[in-house]
Design a protein around this ligand. Structure first.
Ligand SMILES: [Zn+2]
Length: 221
């Protein structure tokens, strides 16, 4: 009888010890897993900064479009309106990406739009696109590639391609080259097109061109 009692006590002690070891090991494993937000901290901060910037610029550009339209500067008005929509697309893409990484998007503080002349607005917009192209996007694209996140890298390269096109168009307008007063914007990647004949699909994201948004000045009925 004593033998079975001792056997029972030993078996109970071994089981209890195994439970304690399993609990401690499980707890250590959970504690060693970094939270998603910590893991992607750099990318989340970059996407938030870029998304907030695009949000603000989208508001400024729609105001610039109205200002240019008031002076019958139709090519400038159409381009600013298209740029405003492209920035809204880029902002939405940044927010979607950062929420996918565990971050949280919030509405940024809005800075007041400062008006001077449409020529100055073209100059400021060109400087801003240049800053985004040379300072904001390269580290964000490099970080997403280093993280192995090609989805975000692709979304950011769409943004960069659109910004570079905008710089070219702004430069032409600033040097008073004639430009069309109609632009199309892809609702998925924010690509801007101005050719008379649109490709059947967006060359970057393959969105059907039937979904492109058209911006024309003077505004059509
Ligand atoms: Zn596209």
């Amino acid at each position: 009888m004593d033998y079975f009692k001792r056997l029972f006590v030993v078996a109970f002690a071994i089981s209890a010890l195994a439970l304690v070891v399993a609990f401690v090991a499980g707890r250590r494993a959970v504690m060693s897993q970094p939270a998603e937000e910590v893991l992607w901290r750099e990318s989340i901060a970059q996407l938030k900064a870029l998304g907030d910037h695009k949000y603000r610029q989208s508001i400024h550009y729609i105001a610039y479009a109205k200002y240019a339209a008031r002076d019958s500067l139709n090519a400038e008005a159409a381009l600013f309106h298209a740029m405003s929509h492209a920035d809204a697309v880029h902002c939405a893409n940044c927010r979607k990406a950062l929420e996918g990484l565990g971050g949280r998007a919030s509405t940024p503080t809005i800075t007041r739009t400062l008006f001077s002349s449409t020529a100055d607005h073209l100059h400021h917009a060109h400087e801003d696109r240049h800053h985004t192209h040379t300072h904001l996007l390269p580290p964000a694209i490099a970080q997403s590639l280093a993280d192995g996140n090609r989805y975000i890298a692709r979304m950011l390269t769409w943004c960069d391609a659109s910004d570079v096109k905008q710089m070219i168009l702004l430069s032409r307008l600033r040097s008073q080259q004639p430009l069309p007063n109609t632009y199309r914007v892809c609702p998925t990647c924010g690509d801007i097109g101005w050719e008379e004949v649109a490709p059947r699909h967006c060359p970057h994201c393959m969105t059907d061109s039937a979904k492109f948004l058209r911006f024309h000045y003077p505004a059509e009925e």
